[in-house]
Design a protein around this ligand. Structure first.
Ligand SMILES: [Fe+2]
Length: 396
């Protein structure tokens, strides 16, 4: 049977003109048993459309790991490393992940208590919620009325020592059904988005770049981000913005000298824009919570200086300034009409181009609502590539 490709079911809130290339449902193929030719086709589809949905599939943890690895055969370890104890014990990611003993690259994530699951006798899962991460919280009355927030917009990546995974695979095993919720942005805009319970929200990094003014495009194309050492430990005492798009600057981050041992050479300095290996498009790929500094290259010779930001280049180390600049560039792309909130069904497999989208956990479950997903991504064998000389010439 030939591979059949259909559009993703967009909610009424989405602006279809902004989702022409984003997301496809793939039919007529078993993602756990792809031939080489089929895999090549899937790989190309993923880089062209950034998210692929397979419905009603059966996928063992072994098959999920093998599928994920095929996108980067030299990769081997989970995106945050296979050993999540020791130096990362204080990391904010620690409570959210349980490793499948047989296949340590695959994590069990979700909510509630799961018994006898793939070699885990009992797993107590907790769906991450804004209440433990944001500076402010939705009131109990509003929460009872179905109001919620994005938890944290991010790229799946350790952002220290390891390279950002190319692809993440998410497989829904138990999906609780419940009332839809409304994401409130709580940032003074009045923005809201109604979503299915426990949705995963995606936005396109390409759209994030395309929306920018020429001045901000010029800045983005010239800028690299320096991430903090052990960023998830560093940010653990800090609190996030109500949109989940970065951290409030309150000076709460762990001082660098109190972090687990780290080396300058293992810090991640990555371009703001990552080049799509198939389409050549530029995707604005910044994990705003982990950023410490920005390094801006001067304008290239011959570029128009009028109105240009940091025409002579800059090394921005004031964290408040860094965060405000990034927020200004990233916030437009999480507008309600630009978000794809996936409506999970049991046995859904979603593959997403982790170097082309940002995503967020959403919503809150009760303890009784049991959710079990398998997630896999692998620290990549290389770092993402930034803009080419031609891109810089075009946008700077
Ligand atoms: Fe994630």
């Amino acid at each position: 049977m030939a591979i059949e490709v259909a559009s993703l079911p967009l909610p009424a809130s989405a602006d279809p003109s902004k989702f022409v290339d984003f997301g496809k449902e793939v039919k007529g193929i078993d993602p756990g048993n792809l031939t080489d030719d089929q895999f090549k086709e899937i790989q190309e589809l993923l880089y062209k459309h950034d998210a692929l949905l397979f419905r009603d599939c059966s996928l063992s943890p072994e098959q999920q790991y093998a599928l994920t690895k095929r996108f980067d055969p030299a990769s081997e370890n989970y995106g945050h490393g296979n050993n999540k104890t020791g130096s990362t014990v204080k990391s904010i990611l620690h409570p959210d992940l349980k490793t499948i003993p047989r296949v340590p690259q695959v994590q069990l994530i979700g909510n509630g208590t799961v018994y006898n699951h793939e070699g885990l006798a009992t797993a107590n899962l907790k769906h991450p919620s804004h209440t433990t991460f944001h500076k402010t919280q939705v009131s109990q009355i509003d929460e009872d009325a179905g109001i919620t927030r994005y938890y944290r917009w991010h790229i799946d990546a350790a952002l220290y020592d390891l390279s950002p995974p190319k692809v993440t695979t998410l497989y829904g095993i138990h999906v609780p059904h419940g009332k839809r919720q409304t994401i409130r942005y709580d940032d003074g805009t009045g923005d809201e988005l109604e979503v299915p319970l426990g949705t995963t929200a995606f936005v396109s990094g390409k759209t994030m770049f395309d929306l920018l003014s020429p001045e901000l495009k010029s800045l983005a194309v010239r800028t690299k981000v320096k991430y903090a050492p052990h960023p998830y430990v560093w940010m653990a005492p800090a609190r996030a913005m109500p949109t989940g798009l970065g951290i409030e600057s309150e000076g709460r981050e762990l001082p660098l000298e109190e972090l687990p041992p780290w080396e300058e050479s293992k810090l991640k300095v990555l371009p703001v824009l990552w080049k799509n290996p198939v389409t050549g498009n530029l995707h604005f790929q910044v994990h705003p919570c982990g950023v410490m500094e920005l390094l801006v290259e001067p304008l290239p010779q011959g570029a128009k200086r009028e109105g240009a930001l940091y025409p002579d280049g800059a090394h921005l180390t004031d964290i408040k300034e860094v965060r405000e600049l990034l927020y200004k560039m990233q916030r437009p792309a999480i507008a309600p009409s630009l978000v794809y909130p996936h409506d999970w069904k049991e046995k859904d497999l979603v593959l997403f181009h982790n170097r082309g989208v940002l995503h967020s956990v959403v919503g809150a479950f009760t303890k009784e609502q049991v959710r079990a997903f398998h997630q896999c991504n692998l620290a990549a064998s290389d770092d993402p590539t930034g803009p080419t000389a031609d891109d810089i010439k075009k946008y700077a």
